[in-house]
Design a protein around this ligand. Structure first.
Ligand code: TXA
Ligand code: MG
Length: 332
């Protein structure tokens, strides 16, 4: 395997089974600075050794990121996360309440932080997540160092909830993908910054805002503080974007539309839609999040001119879905 050169080299992407042999192979690849996509319960991540700046640079090359956003470091235990970041009382509560799980904490980097500067985009804070997925946990425990992992898709595109999505975007640009089927949660982690007295929601995600606020016993601050700049999420206005145009809150379809439905909604002209998917016929927002990115990809693959999306309630995981939809609909 040749890792010389600064661009993502063309190479064979290995498909690894989610068993001890596959995980061993993934660990070997990470240890020599390679890139391995792996499942978490939210979406598939594109993993690299967080302590190795050359490996981290390969992530940006493979994804064709327009700029170096800070990445989330994944850890096998809360104890390991505490070595990387300084936890205040709010961070302690959130880690106790939601880890392992779909929550990322942004905390001041500890003096001993091993996540390299490039992965932190030069910030004095660090984003930390302890995932729940069994394969992710095994990989992290065996590797023994933090693994940075953005979603394993080309920059700006739809996040991958299946290994097939990873391969469709990144085949030949990454060393391997650990395949364990479809992810459960379906949208990325909720990101909360604990950098000062006010914990702040940087990105809605797999843990509903209301659950986070209940655990904290207070409301989350709105938007990043100055300390949390540059802001979190695919905060680029246009993000999570399919090829097709995306129209939101649609009640009436136009010719050539593919349609994304929720619950029992029946927009006018539904019978003329060239394709349709229902995120959750029974109106369950958790099921809808699980299916969201996969459904967007499937509708996009029909070649439809536009994807029309019916209104989706903004409660629970609906906040994360609507956040992704607004970015997907942004002019680009
Ligand atoms: O569910 C997830 O969070 C997935 C899985 C693979 O863990 N990962 C993911 O990573 O969505 P990514 O790179 O697509 O999004 C990470 C976000 C970025 O938008 C980045 O701006 C924010 O986390 N972030 C990372 N470090 C930060 C920091 N120190 N301060 C503020 N925001 C930060
Ligand atoms: Mg992403």
């Amino acid at each position: 395997m040749n890792h010389s050169g600064s661009t993502a080299a063309t190479r064979q992407t290995e498909r690894l089974a989610p068993d001890p042999g596959g995980i061993e192979r993934a660990v070997e690849i990470l240890a020599r600075g390679g890139l391995v996509a792996f499942p978490t319960e939210t979406v598939y991540g594109l993993g690299a050794d967080a302590t190795n700046p050359e490996a981290v640079a390969r992530i940006f090359a493979a994804k064709e990121r327009p700029r170096f956003n800070p990445l989330i470091a994944h850890l096998p235990s809360t104890e390991a996360a505490r070595r990387e970041g300084v936890f205040d009382q709010n961070a302690d509560r959130l880690a106790a309440g939601f880890w392992p799980g779909a929550l990322t904490l942004v905390a001041p980097a500890s003096p001993a932080c091993s996540v390299c500067d490039l992965a932190r985009a030069g910030l004095d804070s660090v984003a930390l997540r302890r995932p729940r997925h069994r394969v992710a946990q095994d990989l992290l425990a065996r590797f023994g160092r933090p693994v940075v992992a953005p979603s394993a898709n080309r920059s700006g595109g739809v996040s991958p909830t299946m290994a097939e999505h990873v391969v469709a975007d990144l085949d030949g640009r990454i060393d391997a993908v650990l395949d364990d089927g479809m992810t459960i949660v379906g949208v990325e982690s909720t990101i909360v910054a604990c950098l000062d007295d006010t914990p702040r929601l940087l990105r809605p995600g797999g843990i509903p805002r209301a659950d986070v606020e209940a655990a904290l016993g207070r409301a989350l601050g709105v938007g990043p503080s100055d300390a949390a700049r540059p802001r979190a999420p695919g905060m680029l206005a246009s993000h999570y974007a399919p090829r097709a145009k995306v129209r939101l809150d649609v009640l009436r379809l136009e010719p050539g539309d593919a349609v994304l439905l929720f619950g029992a909604s029946k927009p006018q002209g539904l019978e003329h839609a060239i394709a349709s998917r229902n995120l959750s016929a029974r109106g369950d927002l958790t099921e809808a999040a699980h299916r969201f990115f996969h459904s967007m990809r499937a509708l996009d693959e029909t070649g439809a001119r536009a994807i029309a999306v019916v209104p989706i309630p903004d409660e629970g995981l609906g906040e994360a879905i609507n956040d992704r939809l607004r970015r997907a609909a942004e002019e680009r």
